[in-house]
Structures are given as C-alpha cells and as structure tokens.
Design a protein around this ligand. Structure first.
Ligand SMILES: Cc1ncc(COP(=O)(O)O)c(C=O)c1O
Length: 288
C-alpha cells in the first residue's frame, strides 16, 4: 500500500514531490482535478473522467496537456504505487508566475498525478448505510464557480462538510441550491427513491455532472428501474423510502440517516441494493 506522485514529468515518492509556493493552484485554487478509482484492478471510466477534466479546464481557460501524456502519467504512477486498488487524483494547475490575479498572467500548466490506496468505505458502511446532514452552506451558484467545473477551489464544500461533521457527526454534508432544493453532497451526488422511482437533481440545479451518477442513471434505464432527474426539497429527502449517494471511489453508498432521523426502516432498501449490485457488475465487466 503506497503513495506515488507524478510531477515535473517524473514519478517520485510523496516526500520528494515539490511545487512552487507561487503556483496558482496553491494561491487561488486556480486548478482543476479528477478523482478516479480502480475496480477489480482496473481504472473505472478513465475516458469519461478525462473528458470532464478537459471540459473543466476549458471552462476556466486552462491549457490542457495532450490526453496521451495524462494517460501515460496515470499508468506510470498507478504501476509505481503497486496498490491492489487505487485512488487516482489528476490535478492541472495554471502554474506559477508573478502575483497577479489575471489568469492571462500565467500559462504554465502543471500536471500532477497522485496515486493512493483506494480507501473505499468499509463493508459495514455498505451494509448499514451512512448518515448525511443538510447544511446551511449553499452550493455555489452556477454564476459563481460553476459546480459543473471540478475546480480545486473547494472551500465551500470544505466548510459544508465541516458543518455536517461538527453539528451531527454526519458522514456527508448535503448542500442545497439557492432556490432551497437539494443539490448534492460535498463530494458526492445524491439519489432518493420514492414509490419505487429513483430520483436525482438534474444538472440544471447546479451540480457536478458526476461520472458515477451518469453510470447509475444508465444502469436504471437499462434495467427497467424507473428513474427521473428532478428537483426535490430537504423534506422530500427526509421522507424518502431510500437514499443513496454516489462517487467514483464509493460507487453507490446507502444513506440510512438524514439529519439524525432514520431513512425508511433504517436499513439500505431493495432499490439501492439492486443499483449497488448492478454497479458492481458494471465495474467487474470494466469500463475503459
Ligand atoms: C461536488 C461533487 N459532486 C459529485 C461528485 C461525484 O462525482 P464522481 O461520480 O464523478 O466521482 C464529486 C466527486 O468528487 C464531487 O466533488
């Protein structure tokens, strides 16, 4: 179980990895990133994550290295780390330059890849479910740092998770949009099940277009599970029969407590378990 870093075109140990204190990723969160997990020893949906990385970078005018260079860096770093299952973080920062907010002041994209052991939730968390809390911190407006851009500027989500952990010891924070409807978790998308129908906020609410979210939507559509992208409120979340969250390193993870109250009978429900099984089958088959 080890950590390896690809920086400056080379793979090194974490303690050897250095970046300038003038790097705009450090100074301003002027960066974009992706987190990818392996499943059954292979990277899951790498291509989708690279497309989103390029889209995020384009949205903030950050020059992207050729895709083949990123793929090579990822493959080398994963191989050097040698973990059974890995969590891969790809970061692109705008680089270092003179202290000037203007993004045009610097064009020196830095590619950093960090590979960790996966650190997936425990078997108990999948069996018993986790808790979430709806927090007072709102998701960024799409007219500020658009949540569709996976930027390194995560302070809003950092504060949201801090609120959830301090207030009720919840595992994940759920943020609402400015209209009060449920948006997403601090590092996850959210789904509810109502009357056998799976529901998740649409992209128009102002959320990250989660790769796992889109795989779950695909799984539902392909397997006759009713599914709808729609707005819903915190009270709908609290009243739902089932709740689960999704992310690349967690897949679909059941939620059995919302704001300290049990969801349904307090156990992961049948639709959630079916989605989890279908997601596992997809991961076993592999998604390039
Ligand atoms: C804000 C936010 N929403 C959703 C997700 C889940 O996205 P994905 O399924 O692509 O991991 C993440 C992942 O880190 C996230 O940070």
């Amino acid at each position: 179980m080890s950590i390896r870093v690809h920086i400056g075109g080379q793979v090194c140990l974490p303690e050897e990895a250095k970046i300038s204190i003038f790097d705009r990723g450090f100074l301003y969160g002027d960066s974009v990133y992706e987190t990818i997990g392996t499943a059954y020893g292979r990277l899951f949906a790498l291509a989708d994550h690279l497309v989103r990385l390029e889209r995020s970078a384009e949205r903030i005018g950050l020059r992207v290295p050729p895709r083949a260079d990123i793929e090579r860096a990822v493959a080398q770093t994963v191989a050097a780390a040698g973990n059974r299952e890995s969590r891969v973080r790809i970061i692109l920062t705008r680089g270092a330059g003179k202290l000037d907010l203007d993004p045009a002041a610097v064009d020196d994209t830095q590619l950093v890849v960090i590979v960790f052991p996966l650190g997936a939730p425990s078997a108990e968390m999948y069996e018993k479910g986790v808790s979430v809390a709806v927090v007072s911190v709102h998701r960024n407006s799409p007219r500020a740092i658009d949540p569709a851009v996976k930027s390194g500027n995560y302070l809003n989500n950092v504060l949201a998770l801090g609120e959830a952990r301090r207030r009720s010891g919840a595992y994940e924070a759920i943020l609402c949009a400015a209209d009060g409807s449920v948006a997403e978790g601090s590092t996850s998308n959210i789904f509810i099940v109502v009357g056998g129908e799976v529901r998740t906020p649409g992209l128009d609410v102002g959320i990250l277009d989660g790769i796992t979210r889109s795989k779950v939507l695909e799984i539902c559509r392909d397997n006759g599970i009713k599914v709808r992208e729609t707005r819903f409120l915190p009270e709908d979340l609290r009243a739902a029969a089932e709740v689960f969250i999704t992310s690349a390193t967690r897949g679909a993870l059941p939620v059995t407590k919302v704001d300290d109250n049990p969801v349904g009978d307090g156990k992961p429900g049948p639709v959630t378990r079916q989605v989890m099984a279908l997601y596992d089958a997809m991961a076993r088959a592999g998604v390039p």
